[in-house]
Design a protein around this ligand. Structure first.
Ligand code: MGD
Ligand code: MGD
Ligand code: MO
Length: 797
C-alpha cells in the first residue's frame, strides 16, 4: 500500500519508523501461519488501534490483518490476539473471601484470596448491595470514577454509556465531570473562546499543507499520540506529516523531551523546563508588544481585554516586566532564543499547535489561554495556515451523521465531582470546594463501580487513593484482566473483550468518514459476559429491565444505531462488507478554524459574553480565585524545578503517555519486551544526570518522593532535558507489600509519585505533570515485578 507521494509502509520502515509494527507483523506471520489451518476465517472488527480483519481458527483469535486503508499499522494492533488470550483474563465471577462471608474488612483488599461464584450468586449479591446502598446511604453514595471511554470504541457496548443509563434508572449516582485528558483546558476555554476549542474541528491538513510555513509543536508528539484514536484511527495524519516534511515545512518543538515527532520532522528542539511555558509565552508577547510588531487591528476587532493584559506584560501593576531576561530565568531558554522565536512567529503561516500535555499541570488553565493570546497578537487566527491548532482535529469532515448511541438518560442524583478529585473526595466527605464559579460538596461514598476505567493506574497519588478506598464499603469492578483495580475490588465480574461481542462504531471522530462493523470474532472466553447482559440482568432484579433494554438485544441496538446513518446501504450489506465509507465534500477540505469569525465577527460571534476572544474575562475575574485571575498569568507551580522543594527532590518527573500501550492496556503482554528494562517500566534520564547519580544503563533505580516510591529500569538518553526524567503512565501496580499503603511499587506505576493536587479552583483538573522526585540506584536484591501475577481464586470444582 503506497502512501502519500509514494511513501509506503516500507519507506517508513526504512526511515526507522513503525519498525516494531513490522517486526511484530513478521512475528505474527511466523507464529501463526504454521498453526493456522487453511480453514482460518477473517472477520472484520475495529478498535482504538485501527480496523482489522481478525484471523480466527479453532475458536481462537490468531492474528490481526490491518485494514488496507491503515497508513501505518501499529505494533499494538498486531498484539491484539495476545492481549485477548492473555493469561491475565478473569475467568469467573469472583468475590473477595471475607466479603463473601459478610465481612467488610476493607484493609484486606489486595492480599486476600478470591472465591469463584456462579453468575446467579454474583448477580444476586450485587443486586442486594445496590438496593442496600441506595436505601441506607442514598444514591449519591454510588460513584462512577472517570468515564474516560478508553475501554473500546463501540457505540452500543461502551461501558460508560451503559453505566450512566443503568445508574440513572437505579435512582442516580455521583458522576465525574470533565476528564483527565484536558480538564483544565476544557474548563477555561469556554470562558475565553465560548467553546471547548480543544475538542473542536480544527483547520484541515489540506489547508495547513498548503499555507503553513512553520509548525510549532508546543508540548505535542502526534507520532505517538495519534497511534490510537478515541474511535478508529487510519493513521492518515501520519501521511500528512510525511507530506509536510517532504514539502520542506519548518518544525519547532517546544518540549522538555526530544520527541519522536521532532526527530522525524527534523524539528528545532527548544528543551524548555517543564511547566514554565506560560512564562516563555509571556516573554514572546512582551517582545512583540514593545517592538510594536503585533497586530493591533486584530486585537481591536476580535478580542477584548488586551489593555489589561498589556499592563500585566509591562509590569505596570506588579512591577515585573515579563521580558525575555525575566523568562529565561524561569524557563531555561535563553533570552536570545526567545527574541528570535518572537521574530520568526511574526512571519505569515505560523501555526501554534498543541495537545494536552502542558495543561495537565499546576495552573494548567493558563497555558492554552496564553497561547491563544499570543496567536491573537500575531493576528493569524482564522487564516488557513496560521493561528493555533489544538488536539486531534485536522482531518476534513464528511458532514455525515454517525451511528447513534443509546441515551444515558437523566441522573436524578445530580452530584458531580471533577475527574481526579476521587482521592480527596473519599477522604473528605462533606468538604466543600470551589469549582468554576460554583461550590461542590463531597458526598460520602459507600460504593465504587468501575467499568472501563482502571482507577489504580489512572489516578494520581495511588497511596491517597488506597487510603480513600479503605473507607468505601463496596468496590465492584467489571473487568477483562486482573489488573490492580480488579485485585483491589470486592466483587469482580469478568467481561468480554470487544472481540467477543458485536458492536458498531465510526472513525475518525473528526472526519466521520467511515462506519465500521465490529463483528464478534470468537465466543466469550471462559465465563465472561457482555457488560450489557450483566446490567440487564441486574436491572431485571431491581425492577427496571424494560426501561434499561427497551426490549432490545445488543444486535437490535446495533441496527437501531445504524438506522441513523445517512446511507441507502441496507444494514445486512454493511454488516457483510464490514465498513462503509463517505466522501469528504471538497468545500470541507478548505475549512479553517474561526474563518467565519474572522470574516465577520458580528455575523459569526463567539459564544463568550463579549462575542469576542476574551484575553481578559470579567467572568473569570469575578470568581476572585487567587490561582486563576482574569487574564493569562504566569503563576509559579507548586512543584517545579524552581520550587523550594527542588532542593530536596531535584528532578522533574513527567508521566506522559506511553507509545506501546493505551494507558494500562497491553502492559501485560510480550510487547513490553521491546521497551521494559529488566522487566520494569523505564525511567528515562539524561546522561549527565545518570553520571551524577552513578546510574548506568539498564540498572534498577528507585524513583521516590514524599508520596511514595517506584522501581524502574534506567534508560539513559539525550532525548531528555537535564533534571527532567520520564516514566510513562500506565504500568501495572505491583506493591512490595500487597496489603499495606505506601509500599514501593515494583512495576513502576508512576501515579504512586504524582500529586492529586488540582490545577486550580477553576477547573479542579489533573495536574500530574507537576511532580518532583529523587532517584537512587537500587542496592542489593529486590523482589520481582509481580504486577502480572493473578490473585488466588478458590474454585470448588
Ligand atoms: N500511544 C498512545 N497514544 C495515546 C494514548 C496512549 O495511552 N498511548 N492516550 C491518549 C489519550 S487518553 C490522551 S488524553 C492523549 C494525551 O495526549 P498528550 O497529553 O498530548 O500526551 P503526553 O504524551 O502526555 O504529552 C504530550 C507532550 O507534551 C510534553 N509536555 C509535558 N509537559 C510539558 C510542559 O510542561 N511543557 C511542554 N512544552 N511540554 C510538555 C510531553 O513531553 C509530550 O511530548 O494521548 C492519546 N494518545
Ligand atoms: N500520571 C498520569 N496519569 C494519567 C495520565 C497522565 O498523563 N499522567 N493521563 C490520564 C488520562 S489523559 C487518561 S484518559 C486516563 C486513562 O485512564 P483509563 O481510562 O482508566 O485507562 P485504561 O488503562 O485504558 O483503562 C481502561 C480499562 O477498561 C478495561 N476495558 C476494556 N474494554 C472493556 C469493556 O468492554 N468493558 C469493561 N467493563 N472494561 C473494559 C480495560 O481492561 C482497562 O482496564 O489516565 C489518566 N492518568
Ligand atoms: Mo486522556
Amino acid at each position: 500500500m503506497n502512501g502519500y507521494d509514494g511513501i509506503s509502509r516500507r519507506d517508513l520502515l526504512k526511515m526507522g519508523l513503525f519498525s516494531s509494527a513490522f517486526m511484530l507483523g513478521g512475528a505474527y506471520d511466523e507464529l501463526f501461519a504454521m498453526t493456522s489451518p487453511s480453514g482460518a476465517v477473517k472477520i472484520p472488527h475495529a478498535t482504538h488501534f485501527g480496523a482489522l480483519k481478525a484471523v480466527v481458527s479453532g475458536g481462537r483469535f490468531m492474528g490481526s490483518e490491518p485494514h488496507e486503508n491503515d497508513y501505518a499499522p501499529t505494533s499494538m494492533l498486531y498484539s491484539l490476539p495476545e492481549y485477548v488470550h492473555s493469561q491475565n483474563r478473569i475467568k469467573y465471577p469472583c468475590v473477595r473471601k471475607s466479603f463473601l462471608a459478610g465481612q467488610r474488612n476493607t484493609a484486606l483488599r489486595g492480599c486476600e484470596d478470591f472465591v469463584r461464584v456462579d453468575w446467579k450468586t454474583a448477580l444476586d449479591l450485587v443486586a442486594k448491595i445496590l438496593r442496600d446502598v441506595k436505601d441506607n446511604y442514598g444514591n449519591e453514595s454510588i460513584y462512577r470514577p472517570s468515564f474516560a471511554g478508553w475501554s473500546h470504541p463501540g457505540v452500543i457496548g461502551r461501558p460508560d454509556i451503559l453505566q450512566g443509563r443503568f445508574f440513572g434508572l437505579h435512582g442516580g449516582f455521583t458522576d465525574t465531570i470533565g476528564d483527565y485528558s484536558a480538564g483544565a483546558a476544557t474548563h477555561i476555554l469556554p470562558h475565553v473562546m465560548g467553546g471547548l476549542e480543544i475538542y473542536s474541528y480544527q483547520t484541515t491538513y489540506e489547508m495547513i499543507a498548503k499555507h503553513t510555513k512553520t509548525m510549532v509543536l508546543w508540548g505535542s508528539d502526534p507520532f505517538k499520540t495519534f497511534r490510537i484514536s478515541y474511535s478508529v484511527p487510519d493513521h492518515a495524519r501520519i501521511e500528512w506529516f510525511v507530506n509536510m516534511k517532504n514539502a520542506g515545512m519548518k518544525f519547532i518543538s517546544i518540549d522538555p523531551v526530544y520527541t519522536e515527532t521532532a526527530k522525524f520532522m527534523d524539528a528545532e528542539w527548544i528543551p524548555i523546563k517543564p511547566n514554565t511555558d506560560v512564562a516563555m509565552i509571556m516573554a514572546i508577547c512582551f517582545e512583540l508588544f514593545v517592538s510594536g510588531e503585533y497586530d493591533k487591528s486584530f486585537l481591536e476587532k476580535y478580542t477584548v481585554g488586551f489593555d489589561i493584559f498589556r499592563n500585566y506584560l509591562t509590569g505596570k501593576n506588579d512591577g515585573v516586566r515579563k521580558n525575555p531576561e525575566w523568562a529565561e530565568k524561569i524557563c531555561g531558554i535563553s533570552s536570545g532564543t526567545i527574541r528570535r522565536l518572537a521574530t520568526e512567529f511574526r512571519k505569515t503561516g505560523t501555526l501554534l499547535t498543541s495537545h494536552y500535555g502542558c495543561q495537565r499541570a499546576d495552573n494548567g488553565e493558563q497555558f492554552h489561554w496564553a497561547l491563544i493570546t499570543l496567536a491573537c497578537m500575531l493576528g493569524q487566527v482564522g487564516t488557513p495556515g496560521g493561528g493555533y491548532h489544538f488536539g486531534n482535529g485536522g482531518l476534513a469532515y464528511s458532514g455525515k451523521v454517525m451511528p447513534r448511541r443509546m441515551s444515558q438518560g437523566r441522573n436524578p442524583a445530580r452530584t458531580v465531582i471533577p475527574a481526579s478529585r476521587i482521592g480527596e473526595m473519599l477522604l473528605n466527605p462533606g468538604r466543600t470546594i470551589d469549582f468554576n464559579g460554583n461550590k461542590i460538596t463531597y458526598p460520602k461514598i459507600s460504593m465504587l463501580h468501575n467499568m472501563g476505567s482502571n482507577i489504580m493506574t489512572q489516578h494520581p497519588n495511588t497511596n491517597e487513593l488506597l487510603e480513600g478506598m479503605r473507607g468505601v464499603e463496596n468496590i465492584i469492578t467489571h473487568e477483562i484482566v486482573w489488573n490492580a483495580t480488579a485485585v483491589y475490588s470486592d466483587i469482580v465480574l469478568p467481561v468480554t473483550s470487544t472481540f467477543e461481542r458485536n458492536d458498531i462504531t465510526y472513525g475518525d471522530p473528526y472526519s466521520n468518514t467511515r462506519i465500521w462493523a465490529m463483528k464478534q470474532v470468537i465466543p466469550p472466553l471462559f465465563e465472561a459476559k457482555d457488560d450489557y447482559w450483566i446490567l440487564s440482568e441486574l436491572a431485571k432484579r431491581l425492577g427496571f429491565e424494560k426501561d434499561f433494554t427497551e426490549g432490545r438485544s445488543q444486535m437490535d441496538w446495533i441496527r437501531w444505531s445504524y438506522s441513523n446513518v445517512e446511507t441507502n446501504m441496507p444494514f445486512e450489506q454493511f454488516w457483510r462488507q464490514g465498513f462503509l465509507e463517505f466522501k469528504v465534500p471538497s468545500k470541507n477540505k478548505s475549512f479553517a478554524r474561526l474563518a467565519d469569525f474572522r470574516k465577520n465577527p458580528q455575523a459569526s460571534p463567539l459564544f463568550t459574553p463579549s462575542g469576542k476572544i476574551e484575553i481578559f474575562s470579567e467572568k473569570v475575574a469575578s470568581f476572585g480565585y487567587d490561582d486563576c485571575p482574569g487574564h493569562p498569568t504566569w503563576i509559579e507551580p507548586k512543584e517545579w524545578l524552581g520550587a523550594e522543594l527542588a532542593k530536596k527532590h531535584k528532578y522533574h518527573l513527567l508521566s506522559i503517555h506511553p507509545k506501546h500501550r493505551l494507558h494500562s492496556q497491553m502492559d501485560n503482554i510480550s510487547l513490553k519486551e521491546q521497551y521494559k528494562v529488566k522487566g520494569r517500566e523505564p525511567v528515562v534520564l539524561h546522561p549527565d544526570d545518570a553520571r551524577d547519580l552513578g546510574i548506568r544503563e539498564g540498572e534498577l533505580v528507585e524513583v521516590y518522593n514524599d508520596r511514595g516510591a517506584i522501581i524502574c529500569g534506567a534508560q539513559i538518553s539525550t532525548t531528555m532535558r537535564r533534571y527532567v526524567v520520564r516514566v510513562d503512565e500506565g504500568a501495572w501496580y505491583s506493591p512490595e507489600e500487597p496489603c499495606g499503603i505506601g509500599a514501593r511499587c515494583l512495576g513502576g506505576n508512576v501515579n504512586v509519585l504524582t500529586p492529586s493536587r488540582p490545577t486550580s479552583k477553576l477547573a479542579q483538573a489533573c495536574a500530574a505533570h507537576s511532580c518532583l522526585v529523587s532517584l537512587r540506584k537500587v542496592q542489593g536484591k529486590i523482589k520481582n515485578n509481580e504486577a502480572y501475577k493473578n490473585p488466588v481464586v478458590i474454585t470448588e470444582e
